[in-house]
Design a protein around this ligand. Structure first.
Ligand SMILES: Cc1cc2nc3c(=O)[nH]c(=O)nc-3n(C[C@H](O)[C@H](O)[C@H](O)COP(=O)(O)O)c2cc1C
Length: 196
């Protein structure tokens, strides 16, 4: 560990952006197993409340990715809502589906009733942490990605038996080869104070 390592880490965080323009390819020298390795490591190492380890993820590619997003396109009403799912289907290489295991949350609620009400949000916090770490890491591999939330539609469209019924879909990180730069991003003045 060193200041240089911290700088590298912050650089990676700043480099992660929403990339909507994608091609259904992987960068040269990157395989889907590399993506799987990244997701596996992040799901393992992302902290969870009481170390409950309730984060889950699956990766969709090929026909499954296409058919899931095609089902979402068909299920959504109105052209506005279809835009991102259609682009995921036609322009992305795959999608990482982040989930949480409700059984894990329910066990925590039974074991620690005093915190029962907050465990569902803790599960979402930890999933969010895994999502953004994964987004950052895959963009370091040369991929581009955008985060979507067609959660119920995606769960309904997954192949039968792909996941246990008690897993809740939290988000979809749609990825592919970047076809254009990220859009402009503006920042508010948002100082972090130190109080002594
Ligand atoms: C918790 C969270 C939820 C988001 N949900 C969506 C979403 O449903 N659809 C979408 O297109 N982008 C979504 N985004 C992407 C944000 O719009 C994007 O991160 C933000 O505009 C900043 O741009 P950047 O990602 O390029 O830094 C989400 C981002 C976060 C952190």
């Amino acid at each position: 560990m060193s200041a240089a390592a911290t700088k590298q880490f912050l650089k990676a965080i700043a480099a992660r952006r929403t990339i909507y323009a994608l091609k259904p390819e992987l960068p040269s020298g990157v395989s889907i197993n590399d993506v799987q390795e990244v997701v596996q490591a992040i799901v393992k190492d992302t902290p969870t409340s009481f170390n409950c380890q309730g984060n889950r993820a699956i990766i969709l590619t090929g026909e499954t990715h296409k058919s899931v997003w095609d089902s979402v396109v068909n299920a959504i009403e109105g052209d506005n809502g279809k835009k991102r799912p259609a682009s995921a289907r036609d322009e992305a290489f795959g999608s990482i589906i982040f989930l949480t295991d409700d059984k894990t949350t329910e066990k925590l609620q039974a074991d620690f009733p005093a915190w029962s009400a907050i465990f569902p949000s803790f599960a979402e916090h930890s999933s969010g942490a895994a999502q953004i770490s994964t987004w950052t890491a895959i963009e370091l591999l040369g991929l581009g990605g955008h985060l979507q939330h067609y959660n119920g539609y995606v769960k309904a469209a997954l192949p039968e038996g792909a996941i246990p019924q008690e897993w809740t879909v939290q988000a979809q990180l749609v990825f592919g080869l970047p076809a254009a730069e990220a859009g402009e991003k503006t920042y508010i003045d948002n100082p972090v104070k130190i109080l002594n």
